[in-house]
Design a protein around this ligand. Structure first.
Ligand code: G6P
Length: 609
């Protein structure tokens, strides 16, 4: 999704802006641009379609300035094209970058055209820059102009604005899209997230909804939505600049798959004792709240939604609580009937997904008092808007296809199951068993990562296929969904997941030797039933690829390929088997030469609806 970087400094900020854009690449984008106020007090701009390195190649050697803004654009209004790329400029005077969507852009555009403003793009953004210019002409003050212009906008935005009339000033604003301010020494920065600025600072201020910031080299002054001057605390980031480096790995996704044992160990750290889960890990009021909870509603998007689906089996089966799971974009427009003592749980890697944030706000509106966010981004909007929080400690996830965020979400959900189950008869023995299993998880994941070569050997069976089917039962059904999502996201092979028992109600019609069928088959009480489902595939000439527990009796034959997975407890199986499906998707996509970390048309952090 669109990324913003900006800076006011004594030094030339172009290299800082370009490095910042590279660090935002993971968010997904299709074009990029940069604008600075140059020595002659003119706005100089370069834009290009494609990657940041293409923008870099186009930059004029002489492009330099102490105040500047830059942007990666993920097309919403208007196709990916140079003229639609940001920064947008009005009458050589105001330049602006924007992340979000302006809902009333058509009405504003019509009004501005009547006033004689010339439009050079198809974007919703361009109306903002004209609106600011119009107010600047009236007031001569960029801050006032931005504040006045914001009054006429409806929608979501994070903005960075500069003008050659006040070359040492940068004005930023946030409503509905993320924006942080980086605090340097005699220089200040803005960005869509902390990672973009780590090479220049580790000190950050996080803007609140409706804030407008007036930024110069010497000072940052923030005004809230009511126009009052406010203080926002400065926080020290614990992330280091190279926390997001790829190291020895060819792709971030592979690195992140291999980081899972560590990410899970970090997620467990300080959350579990010898035999129990620490309830306070969810917040100091957690014990009181959890004791009142009678149902759980989980809401999330994408991969995080799949984690929620696994969580439902656990919350109902182990914690004995009714649980519903829904994608945020559906939940927010429905009229759900929720019991008053429902715990509303949002799952999100980024904490900035617009639909998930809106669903949380909607849940509040519906009168739900208790909210918990399981999230990987400290200081994200979701974390700040939730009553209780459990951070997954996966570390920055850069690959668009989520891996370690998913498995750490599953771990976090098991911690939740333990504390909620405690109030509903899970019993100390049940909790102790769960804690023991969790403790063994990092080592178990190391063991399945060692099956990498066996997974790679399956690649030729998939690389030239158009479609694939993924089967699972019980908790392995959402795991199959996640495996199918991974494959389609990065290898562009159409992949669908089915609960194996539903095979006979439709997808069997598609099964033939051109459609590889992947099955996840741990050794659980549904195994016998899965066996029969796999038989149904074989009988139709389908080729099976089974990840199977050695003890479950699924044998290799002409139509059946088996990778034997070390035995594991049924509770941990969704996490263990997911790792294998991640590796399968990764290697198939690599063999197809796909852009693994930034698949076409997708964004890491979807900050617009
Ligand atoms: C995008 C990403 C997915 C992610 C989903 C939800 O689609 O590409 O990887 O699962 O958003 O994001 P969240 O940050 O809320 O987990």
């Amino acid at each position: 999704m669109c990324g913003i970087v900006g800076a006011v400094a004594q030094r030339n900020v172009v290299p800082i802006l370009i490095e910042g854009l590279k660090r935002l690449e993971y968010r997904g984008y299709d074009s990029a641009g940069v604008a600075v106020i140059d020595k002659g007090r003119c706005i100089a701009r370069t834009r290009s379609v494609g990657k940041v390195r293409e923008l870099e190649a186009r930059l004029d050697v002489g492009l330099a300035g102490g105040t500047g803004i830059a942007h990666t654009r993920w097309a919403t209004h208007g196709r990916p094209a140079t003229e639609n790329a940001h920064p947008h400029i009005c009458r050589k005077t105001v330049a602006l970058v924007h992340n979000g969507i302006i809902e009333n852009h058509e009405a504003l555009r019509r009004a501005q055209m009547q006033l004689g403003y010339e439009f050079t793009s198809e974007t919703d953004t361009e109306v903002i820059v004209h609106e600011i210019y119009r107010r600047l002409a009236e007031t001569g003050d960029l801050l006032q102009a931005v504040r006045a212009a914001l009054g006429s906008l409806r929608g979501a935005y994070a903005l960075g604005v500069i003008t050659n009339q006040e070359p040492d000033r940068l004005v930023a604003a946030r409503r509905g899209s993320p924006l942080v301010i980086g605090i340097g020494i005699g220089e200040h920065f803005i960005a869509s997230d902390v990672a973009a600025l780590l090479p220049v600072t580790q000190r950050f201020m996080f803007l609140e909804e409706g804030d407008v910031a007036d930024i110069t080299r010497e000072a940052v002054t923030i005004y809230n939505a009511e126009g009052e001057q406010v203080e926002r605390p400065i926080k020290q980031s614990e992330m280091s600049a190279d926390a997001v480096a790829r190291g020895e790995y060819r792709h971030y996704m592979l690195k992140e798959i291999h980081e899972q044992p560590r990410a899970i160990a970090d997620t467990l750290e300080n959350r579990i004792g010898l035999h129990n889960v620490y309830e306070e890990a969810f917040g100091h009021t957690a014990a009181v709240i959890f004791a009142q909870i009678e149902a759980v509603q989980i809401v999330a998007c994408g991969t995080s939604y799949h984690a929620g689906l696994v969580g439902r089996y656990w919350l109902e089966g182990l914690a004995g609580l009714p649980c519903a799971v829904e994608v945020a974009s559906e939940f927010r427009y429905r009229k759900p009937r929720l019991a008053p003592n429902t715990l509303f749980v949002t799952l999100s890697q980024s904490g900035e997904t617009a639909d998930t944030l809106a669903a949380l706000a909607y849940a509040r509106q519906l009168g739900l008092a208790h909210t918990l966010s399981i999230c990987n981004a400290p200081e994200s909007s979701l974390v700040r808007a939730s009553e209780l929080v459990l951070m997954t400690q996966a570390g920055p996830e850069i690959g668009v296809a989520s891996t370690k965020a998913f498995t750490t979400q599953l771990v976090a959900l098991l911690l939740l199951v333990a504390v909620l189950g405690r109030h509903r008869g899970l019993g100390p023995a049940g909790e102790a068993q769960l804690v023991n299993l969790l403790r063994s998880l990092p080592t178990q994941i190391e063991q399945v990562l060692a099956l990498d070569a066996a997974v790679q050997a399956w690649v030729p069976y998939f690389a030239n296929k158009q479609h694939a089917l993924f089967l699972g039962r019980g908790t392995q059904y959402p795991v199959a969904m996640e495996g199918a999502l991974k494959l389609k996201e990065i290898s562009y092979i159409h992949a669908e997941a089915y609960p194996a028992g539903e095979l006979k109600h439709g997808p069997l019609a598609l099964v033939d030797s051109d459609m590889p069928v992947v099955a996840v088959a741990p050794n659980n009480e549904l195994l016998e039933k899965l066996h029969s489902n796999l038989q149904e595939v074989r009988a139709r000439g389908g080729e099976l690829f089974v990840f199977a527990d050695g003890a479950n009796g699924i044998r290799e034959d002409a139509q059946t390929h088996v990778i034997t997975v070390p035995p594991t407890d049924d509770l941990l199986a969704p996490i263990i088997y997911t790792v294998l499906l991640q590796l399968l998707a990764y290697h198939v996509a690599v063999s197809k030469g796909a852009d693994i970390d930034q698949p076409r048309n997708l964004a890491k952090s979807v900050t617009v609806e």
